[in-house]
Write a protein that binds this ligand. Structure first.
Ligand SMILES: *Cc1c(COP(=O)(O)O)cnc(C)c1O
Length: 384
């Protein structure tokens, strides 16, 4: 067996046009796919990936990307969506109907929770939150069809008690969906941990350039894939060929970039821990971070993300002064690209159960020199 995260993302079944045997996957663009006769038209089913029917239902470029992502995840099937949030939406609309309920961790990716609170509620689908570190708060009921796991959760980075959450969800017959964006198919194996579905924001590390918005939904289960494929078609989700190409081009370096982001983030997280004004650094690989023991059970790798909790006495104005003084770190949402980023957060407006009194800033470590990044943080910290 070859290594899926290196060899598997470089060597993959793809048949280039005869006479032009380049290894990179071509950018195929078409809405219409021409059939040679009516028999060919009638014989092709858009649901099967044996042939092409219409650009929206897949091209050689998008099928190859789906195949590579399935390889990375150890999944059987994969569907692309125009953003990570669209991939989450696809799972919701494929699996949930009026009267159903979905359970979300309190630290879930916030736009997904906002979708549950507004659109899903409008469709008669309810949601409840659970504490990712206390599986006993997972109130799986008769109407619970879907449970989301995010490991670790957004911003506060708690690595959940995955085993406890999966066991309770399974026992109640709910589908378990992992938001696998942080892991990128590398830090842990979502399906080995009990996922039925794994969702990725390819916008982050798989793209790696901060220049693409895309998502993916992977599964091993044929029946779930059928449900997902039908919803994918009914929603009209498609991705641009050039965007698919950018992700294909980035995948062979995914593991190298991931490990570089990881090493740099751990060094800076350790260093920040001892700095004045900083109460805590939330990074699942740091002992003392919430859920660290669950991270340690399932992972050796980590993404290049961490969050600092400022001392309770540090005011919003001081935090803003610190962030505004950063030169290499830029202020902006998202992560996974070469440029280091920072974003301020106030938990009191974000969590049902805030664990810390202080203000927060989330850092995404890019690919700059770690010494330069540390010097930038050191000069800005003087503003605290
Ligand atoms: C960024 C992100 C998403 C959404 O991805 P977009 O492509 O920006 O819509 C979903 N989940 C997690 C955990 C993310 O970090």
């Amino acid at each position: 067996m070859t290594d899926k995260a290196t060899t598997g993302l470089i060597h993959h079944p793809y048949t280039p046009p005869a006479g032009f045997e380049g290894a990179p996957v071509a950018v195929h663009k078409a809405s219409t796919v021409i059939f040679k006769d009516t028999a060919a038209l009638r014989s092709r089913d858009w649901r099967s990936k044996q042939g092409y029917t219409y650009g929206l239902h897949g091209t050689p470029t998008t099928f190859t990307l789906e195949e590579r992502l399935a390889t990375l995840e150890g999944a059987k099937h994969c569907l692309l969506a125009p953003s990570g949030l669209a991939a989450i939406t696809l799972v919701h609309l494929a699996l949930l109907q009026q009267g159903d309920e979905v359970l979300l961790p309190d630290n879930v990716y916030a736009p997904g929770r906002e979708q549950a609170r507004t659109l899903l509620a409008g469709f008669g689908v309810s949601h409840r939150l659970y504490d990712p570190l206390q599986p006993e708060t997972l109130a799986v009921g008769e109407r619970t069809k879907l449970v989301w796991v995010e490991a670790p959760g957004s911003v506060t980075m708690e690595f959940p008690d995955v085993d406890g959450i999966v066991a309770r969800s399974r026992a109640a017959g709910a589908v378990v969906a992992f938001d696998d964006t942080w892991s990128s198919g590398l830090a842990y194996d979502a399906f080995a941990l009990g996922a039925d579905i794994a969702v990725h924001a390819l916008t982050k590390y798989p793209s790696g350039g901060a220049d693409v918005l895309m998502g993916a939904v992977c599964t091993r289960d044929d029946a779930l894939q059928e449900q997902l494929t039908l919803a994918h078609m009914r929603l009209g989700l498609g991705v641009g060929a050039n965007d698919a190409e950018l992700v294909l081009r980035s995948l062979p370096t995914l593991v190298l970039r991931y490990d570089a982001h990881d090493a740099a983030a751990r060094r800076l997280a350790h260093w920040l821990k001892g700095q004045p004004g900083i109460a805590q650094v939330l990074h699942p690989a740091l002992p003392g971070s919430p859920g660290h023991e669950h991270w340690a059970r399932h992972c050796t790798r980590a993404a290049g993300l961490f969050t600092v909790v400022f001392d309770a006495a540090v005011t919003q104005a001081r935090v803003d002064g610190f962030l505004d003084r950063l030169r290499l770190f830029r202020l902006g949402y998202s992560w996974g690209g070469p440029v280091s980023l920072a974003v301020p957060y106030d938990l009191r407006s974000m969590r049902a159960a805030p664990r810390w009194p202080g203000l927060l800033a989330r850092f995404s470590i890019g690919l700059e020199s770690v010494d330069d990044l540390q010097a930038d943080l050191a000069q800005a910290l003087e503003a605290l």
